[in-house]
Design a protein around this ligand. Sequence first.
Ligand SMILES: [Fe+2]
Ligand SMILES: [Fe+2]
Ligand SMILES: [Fe+2]
Length: 419
Amino acid sequence: MGIETQSVDVALFDMVMSLSRALDLLHPAIGEHHLRVAYLCASIAEHAGFRSNEIQEIIIAGALHDIVAVCKPHSHSLLDRVLSRYDDDMADGECIHEHAEEGYHVLREFPPFAQAAAIIRFHHVDWNFGKGEFQGRLPIPLASHILRLADRLAVLPTDDCLILCQKDHIRQSIQAGTGSLFCPELVKIFEDISDKESFWLDLVSKHKEKILSHRFFGETSIRLRMDNLYGLAKVYARIIDYRSAYTASHSSRVASASELLADRLDLPASTVRLVGIAGYLHDIGKLAVPVALLDKPGKLTAEEMLLIRQHPYYTHQILSPVPGLETIGMWAAFHHERLDGAGYPFRPRQIPLEARIVAVADVFTAITEDRPYRKGMSKKDSLGILNKMVRDGALDGDIVSLLPAIYEDIHHAQELALA
Ligand SMILES: [Fe+2]
Ligand SMILES: [Fe+2]
Ligand SMILES: [Fe+2]
């Protein structure tokens, strides 16, 4: 069996939820928005008679639907409004559909997300008394209207009183949008299922992820193959890099450099791929760091520096709960550790070779890539810095010593990966 079709025993559901959780960290107003929407979508779709694979697709759509809005810093004012109000009408000149269209384009590149992407594309289209069945001549999936309803429904509960005290009011608000905003058949389904207290208690439960996983994925959870996990890591990298104009291709470059180094160290082909995945994901914890800090021109204050330095900790927090990703999560999260123990944030006694590779690839990439405010360093200068870091006890000398011979190859591989 080729390594690409090898099963890596990571479940798609867990991978999606790890990203969904990371998205919910991004903005104070988000709370549990993605997770709640995923739960509501699944409950409505189940009662609308969707098949189990269709329910899985709509859960993925719900869990990732605002992915672009939360990752693009300038859309945060849009999110503030859309997440705090039931009514999602926009001010002049703003387009509520833009983030949905862009989300569709980002996610559909990963084939297992194609259907979820198509659902996300129309998640703000009104039912408009049946006109919302089409956009031009394009039929809009019913699942998009489920997502539309779930998305508006999810913003209604408030934290200041028991959910069961809010039930009637929320049901009335949704009822008021029947026909204009929401498909009447779906509102009817919502009314039927929301009669039960357990529907509401599940919605605010801390265990929604488990509820979703047991009820809708269970034994059938799609196991990823190596090429799928790799493709998914690439999508994640695009989302991580989306946030900062300064590091628009950093994660992808670190992945390419990590893979080439692992290959030259004669690691097995499957390990080379897994090290590449760790490279793609190493900065996923930056999703928990405010973008204003990531892009701050000029010097950071001591406190800001401490905040940024938390990101590998979050990388670990996001990846390690995914069964099957524990080791890759560790390689990724150790990329700021130093051999002399003076790195951060875990200061492990031993750093696995794969994590040392990602650490070298990260420094190499960071100092050689162009940023809007500076040019990348030359070969001579960058190798000078990397060798000094070896002498200082930070990086692994055996790995850094490979760089002079493959310097151009790494740049070539980095450009190829972006093409
Ligand atoms: Fe949205
Ligand atoms: Fe980092
Ligand atoms: Fe990095």
